[in-house]
Design a protein around this ligand. Structure first.
Ligand code: THU
Length: 166
């Protein structure tokens, strides 16, 4: 039988109490909560807010926007990242904070979905520098990653697709 090789992925996330974070991170989490309060989630009642801090300090917010035709909705953090890309192209995204104030998120330790992780990874690759990710998984617990890549092992990447900037 042929010898098998393995591919391993090491991902290190740190877990913080919100009060131990520096002021900039706490402020970005506050912005994400503010964003979540503007979610349009009448179907799931699961509100998600995202706040992206750009290199010039600008904060761009997004929240999930649902639709009666369910798949037409969009996740909160993706709205934030796409809005940052649309409104401030060329500005690196230093950090993104992602929160959900909904009760089931807080009880089950909310983490962003795979599609959003893929989008975060591409934003990071595109800007050529890591994006810090702050996830408020519970009231008293913030998971921090120094790079979006830590959240997305073996992310999709297809060089053959071109990837021309414009
Ligand atoms: N949702 C997000 O906004 N972000 C995620 O990472 C996961 C899910 C939204 C989509 C939908 O509006 C609601 O949460 C329930 O899935």
């Amino acid at each position: 039988m042929a010898e098998k090789t393995t591919r391993e992925w090491r991902s290190t996330l740190t877990v913080w109490s919100p009060e131990d974070l520096d002021a900039e991170d706490r402020e970005l989490l506050r912005e994400a909560h503010e964003a979540a309060s503007k979610a349009y989630a009448p179907y799931s009642r699961f509100q998600v807010g995202g706040a992206v801090r750009l290199e010039d300090g600008t904060v761009v917010r997004g929240s999930n926007q649902e639709n009666m035709a369910y798949p037409s909705g969009m996740c909160g953090e993706r709205v934030a990242v796409f809005a940052a890309g649309a409104q401030h192209p060329g500005q690196a995204m230093q950090a993104v904070a992602i929160v959900s104030p909904s009760a089931n998120a807080l009880s089950e330790a909310f983490m962003p979905c795979g599609g959003c992780r893929q989008v975060l990874v591409e934003a990071e690759r595109r800007q050529g520098q890591p994006m810090r990710v702050l996830l408020q998984v519970r009231d008293e617990e913030v998971v921090v990653s120094d790079s979006a890549l830590n959240l997305m092992p073996f992310a999709f990447e297809a060089h053959g697709l071109g990837g021309h900037e414009s």
